[in-house]
Design a protein around this ligand. Structure first.
Ligand code: AFP
Length: 345
Protein backbone atom coordinates (compact mmCIF):
# COMPACT_ATOMS: atom_id res chain seq x y z
CA UNK A 1 0.00 0.00 0.00
CA UNK A 2 1.16 3.58 -0.58
CA UNK A 3 3.00 5.14 2.34
CA UNK A 4 1.21 8.48 1.81
CA UNK A 5 -2.53 8.83 1.42
CA UNK A 6 -2.29 12.30 -0.14
CA UNK A 7 -3.45 12.14 -3.76
CA UNK A 8 -2.33 14.62 -6.37
CA UNK A 9 -5.91 15.88 -6.77
CA UNK A 10 -6.13 16.72 -3.08
CA UNK A 11 -2.72 18.37 -3.20
CA UNK A 12 -3.58 20.55 -6.21
CA UNK A 13 -6.81 21.59 -4.52
CA UNK A 14 -4.99 22.55 -1.34
CA UNK A 15 -2.41 24.54 -3.30
CA UNK A 16 -5.19 26.36 -5.12
CA UNK A 17 -6.98 27.13 -1.85
CA UNK A 18 -3.92 29.14 -0.81
CA UNK A 19 -5.21 31.73 -3.32
CA UNK A 20 -8.47 33.17 -1.99
CA UNK A 21 -9.56 34.28 -5.48
CA UNK A 22 -9.13 30.77 -6.94
CA UNK A 23 -12.16 29.24 -8.65
CA UNK A 24 -11.08 25.59 -8.80
CA UNK A 25 -10.53 25.84 -12.55
CA UNK A 26 -6.83 24.99 -12.37
CA UNK A 27 -7.59 21.98 -10.18
CA UNK A 28 -10.09 20.75 -12.77
CA UNK A 29 -7.64 21.28 -15.60
CA UNK A 30 -4.82 19.38 -13.89
CA UNK A 31 -7.24 16.65 -12.85
CA UNK A 32 -8.23 16.14 -16.52
CA UNK A 33 -4.55 15.94 -17.42
CA UNK A 34 -3.86 13.21 -14.87
CA UNK A 35 -6.65 11.13 -16.39
CA UNK A 36 -5.06 11.48 -19.84
CA UNK A 37 -1.68 10.51 -18.38
CA UNK A 38 -3.11 7.36 -16.80
CA UNK A 39 -4.43 6.30 -20.21
CA UNK A 40 -1.06 7.04 -21.86
CA UNK A 41 0.78 5.22 -19.08
CA UNK A 42 -1.40 2.18 -19.66
CA UNK A 43 -0.59 2.21 -23.37
CA UNK A 44 3.15 2.73 -22.75
CA UNK A 45 3.20 -0.15 -20.27
CA UNK A 46 1.54 -2.50 -22.74
CA UNK A 47 4.61 -1.90 -24.90
CA UNK A 48 5.20 -4.72 -27.34
CA UNK A 49 1.87 -6.35 -26.48
CA UNK A 50 0.02 -3.74 -28.45
CA UNK A 51 0.52 -2.84 -32.06
CA UNK A 52 1.53 0.68 -31.14
CA UNK A 53 5.23 0.86 -31.83
CA UNK A 54 6.68 2.05 -35.10
CA UNK A 55 6.33 5.17 -37.16
CA UNK A 56 3.25 6.56 -38.83
CA UNK A 57 5.33 7.59 -41.87
CA UNK A 58 4.71 11.30 -41.20
CA UNK A 59 6.91 13.99 -39.69
CA UNK A 60 5.68 16.51 -37.12
CA UNK A 61 6.15 20.27 -37.25
CA UNK A 62 9.69 20.10 -35.86
CA UNK A 63 10.70 17.41 -38.35
CA UNK A 64 10.67 14.38 -36.02
CA UNK A 65 9.09 11.17 -37.28
CA UNK A 66 5.74 10.68 -35.64
CA UNK A 67 5.46 7.32 -33.94
CA UNK A 68 2.14 5.63 -33.37
CA UNK A 69 2.35 6.13 -29.65
CA UNK A 70 3.00 9.86 -30.21
CA UNK A 71 -0.31 9.99 -32.06
CA UNK A 72 -2.14 8.05 -29.35
CA UNK A 73 -0.75 10.38 -26.68
CA UNK A 74 -1.67 13.48 -28.68
CA UNK A 75 -5.26 12.29 -29.24
CA UNK A 76 -5.65 11.19 -25.64
CA UNK A 77 -4.62 14.56 -24.23
CA UNK A 78 -6.67 16.49 -26.76
CA UNK A 79 -9.79 14.44 -26.01
CA UNK A 80 -9.29 14.76 -22.26
CA UNK A 81 -8.81 18.53 -22.43
CA UNK A 82 -11.07 19.91 -25.17
CA UNK A 83 -14.41 19.94 -23.34
CA UNK A 84 -13.66 20.80 -19.69
CA UNK A 85 -14.30 24.53 -20.06
CA UNK A 86 -10.89 25.37 -18.56
CA UNK A 87 -9.03 26.14 -21.80
CA UNK A 88 -9.29 28.67 -24.60
CA UNK A 89 -6.57 27.04 -26.75
CA UNK A 90 -3.87 24.37 -26.76
CA UNK A 91 -0.40 24.17 -28.27
CA UNK A 92 1.20 20.77 -28.88
CA UNK A 93 4.47 19.60 -30.32
CA UNK A 94 2.41 17.44 -32.65
CA UNK A 95 0.42 20.30 -34.18
CA UNK A 96 1.88 23.06 -36.36
CA UNK A 97 -0.89 25.53 -35.49
CA UNK A 98 -2.57 26.55 -32.27
CA UNK A 99 -5.29 23.99 -31.42
CA UNK A 100 -8.68 25.67 -30.95
CA UNK A 101 -11.35 24.48 -28.53
CA UNK A 102 -14.30 23.11 -30.56
CA UNK A 103 -17.14 25.62 -31.00
CA UNK A 104 -19.60 23.40 -29.11
CA UNK A 105 -17.62 23.58 -25.85
CA UNK A 106 -17.23 26.49 -23.42
CA UNK A 107 -13.96 28.43 -23.48
CA UNK A 108 -11.94 28.89 -20.31
CA UNK A 109 -9.27 31.18 -18.94
CA UNK A 110 -6.18 29.01 -19.46
CA UNK A 111 -3.92 27.95 -22.34
CA UNK A 112 -2.31 24.50 -22.25
CA UNK A 113 1.06 23.75 -23.86
CA UNK A 114 2.21 20.14 -24.07
CA UNK A 115 4.63 17.68 -25.53
CA UNK A 116 2.46 14.55 -25.55
CA UNK A 117 5.27 12.01 -25.65
CA UNK A 118 8.75 13.35 -25.19
CA UNK A 119 11.67 11.02 -25.90
CA UNK A 120 9.57 8.88 -28.19
CA UNK A 121 12.58 7.80 -30.25
CA UNK A 122 13.39 5.65 -27.18
CA UNK A 123 10.05 3.83 -27.10
CA UNK A 124 11.13 0.54 -28.65
CA UNK A 125 14.03 0.22 -26.17
CA UNK A 126 11.72 0.44 -23.15
CA UNK A 127 13.50 3.59 -21.98
CA UNK A 128 11.68 6.10 -19.76
CA UNK A 129 9.68 8.68 -21.70
CA UNK A 130 7.25 11.37 -20.60
CA UNK A 131 4.60 14.00 -21.18
CA UNK A 132 5.46 17.64 -20.44
CA UNK A 133 2.87 20.36 -19.78
CA UNK A 134 2.71 24.08 -19.09
CA UNK A 135 -0.30 26.24 -18.21
CA UNK A 136 -0.71 29.98 -18.74
CA UNK A 137 -3.53 32.38 -18.02
CA UNK A 138 -4.97 33.72 -21.25
CA UNK A 139 -4.28 37.40 -22.00
CA UNK A 140 -7.32 37.95 -24.23
CA UNK A 141 -10.54 38.50 -22.33
CA UNK A 142 -12.95 35.86 -23.66
CA UNK A 143 -13.96 33.60 -26.55
CA UNK A 144 -11.50 31.62 -28.65
CA UNK A 145 -7.83 31.81 -27.69
CA UNK A 146 -5.55 33.92 -29.86
CA UNK A 147 -1.92 33.65 -30.94
CA UNK A 148 -1.15 36.35 -28.39
CA UNK A 149 -2.43 34.00 -25.66
CA UNK A 150 0.15 31.44 -26.83
CA UNK A 151 3.30 33.46 -27.48
CA UNK A 152 4.48 33.76 -23.90
CA UNK A 153 7.35 34.02 -21.48
CA UNK A 154 8.06 31.13 -19.11
CA UNK A 155 7.95 33.48 -16.14
CA UNK A 156 4.19 33.90 -16.77
CA UNK A 157 3.36 30.20 -16.23
CA UNK A 158 0.80 29.37 -13.57
CA UNK A 159 1.61 25.66 -13.51
CA UNK A 160 4.01 23.23 -15.15
CA UNK A 161 4.91 19.61 -14.78
CA UNK A 162 5.64 16.30 -16.38
CA UNK A 163 4.49 12.71 -16.28
CA UNK A 164 7.32 10.20 -16.32
CA UNK A 165 6.57 6.76 -17.72
CA UNK A 166 9.45 4.82 -16.19
CA UNK A 167 9.85 1.93 -13.82
CA UNK A 168 6.88 3.61 -12.17
CA UNK A 169 4.63 6.38 -13.50
CA UNK A 170 4.99 9.75 -11.80
CA UNK A 171 3.73 13.29 -11.99
CA UNK A 172 6.05 16.08 -10.87
CA UNK A 173 4.44 19.51 -10.86
CA UNK A 174 4.60 23.06 -9.58
CA UNK A 175 2.10 25.89 -9.32
CA UNK A 176 4.83 28.23 -8.13
CA UNK A 177 4.71 26.98 -4.54
CA UNK A 178 7.47 24.39 -4.68
CA UNK A 179 7.81 21.13 -6.58
CA UNK A 180 6.05 17.91 -5.61
CA UNK A 181 6.18 14.38 -6.98
CA UNK A 182 3.44 11.74 -6.94
CA UNK A 183 3.75 8.11 -7.97
CA UNK A 184 0.92 6.17 -9.60
CA UNK A 185 -0.21 3.42 -7.25
CA UNK A 186 -1.50 0.85 -9.75
CA UNK A 187 -3.62 -0.99 -7.20
CA UNK A 188 -5.91 2.02 -6.72
CA UNK A 189 -5.13 4.01 -9.88
CA UNK A 190 -4.20 7.17 -7.97
CA UNK A 191 -1.11 9.35 -7.93
CA UNK A 192 0.09 9.37 -4.29
CA UNK A 193 2.54 11.84 -2.77
CA UNK A 194 5.98 10.20 -2.89
CA UNK A 195 8.36 13.18 -3.24
CA UNK A 196 7.38 15.96 -0.85
CA UNK A 197 8.82 19.42 -1.63
CA UNK A 198 11.61 18.44 -4.01
CA UNK A 199 14.81 20.49 -3.67
CA UNK A 200 17.66 20.14 -6.13
CA UNK A 201 21.08 19.84 -4.47
CA UNK A 202 22.95 23.17 -4.82
CA UNK A 203 25.78 21.32 -6.57
CA UNK A 204 25.90 17.93 -8.24
CA UNK A 205 28.33 15.40 -9.61
CA UNK A 206 26.69 14.51 -12.92
CA UNK A 207 26.70 16.22 -16.31
CA UNK A 208 24.23 15.29 -18.99
CA UNK A 209 24.78 16.19 -22.65
CA UNK A 210 24.81 14.47 -26.03
CA UNK A 211 28.61 14.24 -26.46
CA UNK A 212 28.08 13.05 -30.03
CA UNK A 213 27.27 16.66 -30.87
CA UNK A 214 30.64 17.94 -29.60
CA UNK A 215 31.81 19.03 -33.07
CA UNK A 216 28.98 21.58 -33.14
CA UNK A 217 29.44 23.02 -29.65
CA UNK A 218 30.36 26.63 -29.08
CA UNK A 219 33.52 27.59 -27.24
CA UNK A 220 31.99 28.07 -23.77
CA UNK A 221 30.30 24.66 -23.88
CA UNK A 222 33.48 22.97 -25.11
CA UNK A 223 35.52 24.53 -22.30
CA UNK A 224 32.87 23.84 -19.67
CA UNK A 225 32.66 20.15 -20.58
CA UNK A 226 36.47 19.92 -20.46
CA UNK A 227 36.26 21.54 -17.01
CA UNK A 228 33.74 19.08 -15.55
CA UNK A 229 35.92 16.18 -16.77
CA UNK A 230 39.12 17.47 -15.15
CA UNK A 231 40.33 15.80 -11.98
CA UNK A 232 40.05 18.11 -8.97
CA UNK A 233 38.74 16.38 -5.84
CA UNK A 234 38.43 19.74 -4.03
CA UNK A 235 35.61 20.77 -6.40
CA UNK A 236 34.16 17.28 -6.81
CA UNK A 237 35.55 16.75 -10.31
CA UNK A 238 35.53 14.85 -12.52
CA UNK A 239 31.76 14.65 -12.85
CA UNK A 240 30.16 11.47 -14.16
CA UNK A 241 28.29 11.47 -17.46
CA UNK A 242 24.64 10.41 -17.55
CA UNK A 243 22.63 10.83 -20.77
CA UNK A 244 19.46 9.03 -21.77
CA UNK A 245 18.26 11.18 -24.69
CA UNK A 246 14.81 11.51 -23.19
CA UNK A 247 14.38 14.96 -21.67
CA UNK A 248 11.90 13.96 -18.97
CA UNK A 249 14.18 11.17 -17.75
CA UNK A 250 17.39 13.24 -17.94
CA UNK A 251 15.64 16.15 -16.25
CA UNK A 252 14.12 14.03 -13.50
CA UNK A 253 17.50 12.57 -12.56
CA UNK A 254 19.08 16.04 -12.58
CA UNK A 255 16.25 17.42 -10.42
CA UNK A 256 16.66 14.70 -7.78
CA UNK A 257 20.43 14.11 -7.79
CA UNK A 258 21.70 17.51 -8.90
CA UNK A 259 24.27 18.31 -11.56
CA UNK A 260 23.67 19.86 -14.93
CA UNK A 261 21.71 19.04 -18.08
CA UNK A 262 22.80 20.79 -21.26
CA UNK A 263 21.34 21.00 -24.74
CA UNK A 264 23.35 23.81 -26.35
CA UNK A 265 22.78 25.10 -29.87
CA UNK A 266 24.62 23.49 -32.76
CA UNK A 267 27.20 26.04 -33.92
CA UNK A 268 28.29 24.12 -37.05
CA UNK A 269 27.26 27.25 -38.90
CA UNK A 270 28.31 29.99 -36.44
CA UNK A 271 26.14 32.52 -38.28
CA UNK A 272 23.06 30.35 -37.74
CA UNK A 273 23.27 28.44 -34.45
CA UNK A 274 20.58 25.72 -34.26
CA UNK A 275 19.10 24.89 -30.85
CA UNK A 276 17.01 21.72 -30.52
CA UNK A 277 14.69 21.87 -27.53
CA UNK A 278 11.38 23.67 -27.85
CA UNK A 279 10.72 26.72 -25.70
CA UNK A 280 7.02 26.62 -24.88
CA UNK A 281 6.49 22.96 -24.02
CA UNK A 282 9.97 21.68 -23.11
CA UNK A 283 12.33 24.42 -21.91
CA UNK A 284 9.88 26.80 -20.17
CA UNK A 285 8.06 24.18 -18.03
CA UNK A 286 11.28 22.39 -17.06
CA UNK A 287 12.94 25.73 -16.21
CA UNK A 288 9.98 26.71 -14.02
CA UNK A 289 10.21 23.40 -12.15
CA UNK A 290 13.98 23.65 -11.79
CA UNK A 291 13.81 27.17 -10.37
CA UNK A 292 11.00 26.19 -8.01
CA UNK A 293 13.22 23.35 -6.74
CA UNK A 294 16.03 25.84 -6.01
CA UNK A 295 17.98 25.17 -9.20
CA UNK A 296 18.59 27.40 -12.22
CA UNK A 297 18.00 27.40 -15.97
CA UNK A 298 19.83 29.54 -18.51
CA UNK A 299 20.60 29.87 -22.20
CA UNK A 300 24.13 30.74 -21.14
CA UNK A 301 23.50 34.45 -21.21
CA UNK A 302 19.85 34.77 -20.12
CA UNK A 303 17.49 33.28 -17.59
CA UNK A 304 15.43 30.80 -19.61
CA UNK A 305 12.13 31.95 -18.05
CA UNK A 306 12.68 35.48 -19.43
CA UNK A 307 12.64 34.39 -23.08
CA UNK A 308 9.64 35.63 -25.01
CA UNK A 309 8.27 33.17 -27.59
CA UNK A 310 8.02 34.60 -31.09
CA UNK A 311 6.46 31.53 -32.67
CA UNK A 312 4.75 28.41 -31.31
CA UNK A 313 7.64 26.05 -31.93
CA UNK A 314 10.64 28.26 -31.11
CA UNK A 315 13.77 26.37 -30.06
CA UNK A 316 16.32 27.65 -27.58
CA UNK A 317 19.61 26.46 -26.05
CA UNK A 318 19.26 25.35 -22.45
CA UNK A 319 21.47 24.52 -19.48
CA UNK A 320 19.69 23.67 -16.23
CA UNK A 321 20.28 22.00 -12.92
CA UNK A 322 22.03 22.73 -9.64
CA UNK A 323 22.44 26.44 -9.06
CA UNK A 324 26.19 26.43 -8.55
CA UNK A 325 26.78 24.26 -11.61
CA UNK A 326 24.65 26.50 -13.83
CA UNK A 327 26.44 29.59 -12.51
CA UNK A 328 29.80 28.10 -13.47
CA UNK A 329 28.50 27.45 -17.01
CA UNK A 330 27.30 31.06 -17.21
CA UNK A 331 30.74 32.22 -16.17
CA UNK A 332 32.28 30.24 -19.04
CA UNK A 333 29.81 31.95 -21.39
CA UNK A 334 30.75 35.38 -20.10
CA UNK A 335 34.48 34.62 -20.35
CA UNK A 336 34.49 32.92 -23.75
CA UNK A 337 31.76 34.44 -25.89
CA UNK A 338 30.66 32.26 -28.82
CA UNK A 339 30.71 35.18 -31.16
CA UNK A 340 32.82 38.22 -30.25
CA UNK A 341 30.81 40.70 -28.21
CA UNK A 342 27.72 38.48 -28.09
CA UNK A 343 27.78 37.16 -24.58
CA UNK A 344 29.99 39.57 -22.65
CA UNK A 345 27.96 40.87 -19.73
P1 AFP B 1 11.93 12.84 -29.44
O1 AFP B 1 10.65 13.02 -28.67
O2 AFP B 1 11.78 13.09 -30.89
O3 AFP B 1 12.62 11.54 -29.14
O4 AFP B 1 12.93 14.01 -28.96
C1 AFP B 1 13.37 13.97 -27.68
C2 AFP B 1 14.12 15.21 -27.34
O5 AFP B 1 13.48 16.36 -27.80
C3 AFP B 1 14.33 15.29 -25.82
O6 AFP B 1 13.50 14.44 -25.10
C4 AFP B 1 15.75 14.89 -25.60
O7 AFP B 1 16.35 15.57 -24.54
C5 AFP B 1 16.41 15.22 -26.89
O8 AFP B 1 15.40 15.18 -27.89
C6 AFP B 1 17.47 14.22 -27.24
O9 AFP B 1 18.08 14.65 -28.38
P2 AFP B 1 19.39 13.93 -28.98
O10 AFP B 1 18.94 12.60 -29.47
O11 AFP B 1 19.79 14.87 -30.07
O12 AFP B 1 20.41 13.85 -27.89
Amino acid sequence: MPKSMLTVQRHILEQERAHPQATGDLTGLLWDLTIAAKVISYQVNRGGLADIFGETGQANVTGDLVRRLDRIAQDTIYRAMDHGGHLCAMVSEESPEMIPIPAKYPKGKYVLFYDPLDGSSNIEANVSIGTIFSVHHRVSSSGDGTLEDCLRKGSEQVAAGYFLYGSSTMIVYTTGQGVYGFTLEPSVGEFMLSHDRILTPPKGKYYSINEGNAAGWDEPTRRYIEYVKQKDPATGRPYSLRYIGSLVADFHRTLLYGGVFLYPADYSNPEKPKPKLRLLYEVAPMSFIMEQAGGAATTGSRRALDIQATSLHDRVPIVMGSKQDVEIYEKFCADFPSRPGERKK
